[in-house]
Design a protein around this ligand. Structure first.
Ligand code: GLA
Length: 388
């Protein structure tokens, strides 16, 4: 699948620019086992890069002209390196411009030609945008020898999203895309950016993603509003408990004590965050002990918290999780990523995946008239140069 993608992108590049690309880069999407909406709350997350990629065919040129070709969208965009960079109407272009805006301040760039194509489904919560930002930053870092570290690349991707795309996202997606390691999940401390790899060995179980195929339009606004709510919540908590610096050092009991002051909505948001941070630690422990029953039940608790307290799920995702709740072959399931649509992630007994996919697809179709898509993903390495 990877080879086919590389071949297609290279051939397309040759068609566009009458020469073979000098380099090929692959940048993966990500899953997240647990730790949702806590990356911007100083929590821990447990993501991994997957074998779905944005592929970039790249050559530098001697001038200052830059050409971007979006093969899948049949669209392109050209500009001069010396142009003033600001967000444009074509959304996909902004992921590039936001990165370039920062890279221009970091080193000597020249013109370049890029063709890209993706096997990461868009809008499914698998972070195709982070893969795009980080893959592009990674590619320019290599070809122009900018000397950026992987951490800087992830941070540049995140900032591009804040400044040119308008999503006030955390660092999880970009970090996972860049730091992914084959067959490993990353336990990332979002406060310090310290990280450690844990073996993603689920023994008799495997991960299956069920894509609801819905993407509710309030994703961006809903996400940014959640950030404001928890910021307000944390300010109230700190006022009352000066020893608390971040959600990391806040207890459930403290949240309970200021319940009245927080008001119902913000109280529920804060409660979710404090519980979710703890759940990630418990999940890592369960993974280390191969206690998948425990891991699965934590995933379900996360879903219920995201749905009822953080309110970032939606009817379709709740349906997908409810559909597997009492299935003896599924130990856990939850909505994954920013929410308001996208995928659920399921911990499923090996050998029963197809049966499960078939059943849930049928039930989902009957209820919503939508054809579910399922992905059996593998955990892969992060953004890299593809050796031809
Ligand atoms: C999106 C954001 C991430 C993270 C998740 C929710 O994917 O880009 O930073 O906040 O939502 O966990």
């Amino acid at each position: 699948m990877k080879k086919k993608l590389v071949k297609q992108v290279s051939t397309f590049f040759e068609g566009c620019f009458n020469a073979e690309p000098q380099h090929i880069f692959l940048s993966p999407g990500r899953i997240n086992i647990i730790g949702e909406h806590v990356d911007y709350n100083d929590g821990f997350v447990l993501p991994a890069a997957i074998n779905k990629y944005v592929c970039f065919a790249v050559s530098q040129n001697e001038g200052t002209q830059c050409s971007l070709v979006a093969k899948d969208l049949n669209d392109n965009y050209s500009f001069d390196l010396n142009d003033e960079l600001k967000p444009v109407d074509k959304m996909w272009v902004n992921y590039f411009l936001g990165v370039l805006h920062q890279l221009k301040q970091r080193g000597n760039l020249k013109g370049f030609n890029i063709v890209f194509s993706s096997t990461i489904p868009m809008g499914s919560g698998l972070s195709s945008s982070a893969a795009l930002e980080c893959g592009f930053a990674y590619a320019l870092n290599e070809i122009f020898e900018l000397g950026l570290t992987k951490e800087e690349i992830a941070l540049i991707g995140q900032k591009s999203e804040h400044t040119f795309v308008g999503v006030n996202c955390g660092i999880m997606d970009q970090f996972a895309s860049v730091f992914g390691k084959k067959n490993c999940v990353i336990k990332l401390d979002c406060n310090t950016l310290d990280y450690e790899y844990h073996k993603a060995d689920f023994k008799d179980y495997t991960l299956v993603l069920l894509d609801s195929k819905v993407k509710h339009t309030h994703l961006t606004s809903g996400y940014n509003v959640r950030r404001q709510e928890v910021e307000k919540g944390l300010a109230v908590i700190k006022e009352n408990f000066p020893e608390v610096k971040t959600f990391r050092d806040c207890t459930e009991a403290q949240v309970e004590q200021v319940k009245q002051k927080l008001g119902d909505t913000i109280y529920r948001r804060c409660l979710f965050v404090v519980r979710e941070i703890q759940r990630v630690l418990d999940a890592v422990d369960a993974l280390e002990k191969s206690d998948f029953v425990k891991l699965g039940s934590l995933m379900l608790e996360t879903h219920d918290g995201l749905s009822q307290n953080y309110e970032v799920s939606c009817e379709e995702l709740d349906f997908l999780v409810d559909a597997v709740r009492n299935d003896k072959n599924v130990l856990g399931a939850r909505m994954m990523g920013g929410g308001f649509g996208g995928c659920s992630i399921n911990l499923v007994k090996k050998g029963t995946e197809d049966e499960l996919i078939e059943r849930v697809s049928r039930e989902y179709k009957a209820k919503y008239h939508i054809a579910l898509e399922a992905y059996k993903v593998k955990i892969a390495k992060g953004t890299s140069l593809y050796k031809k």
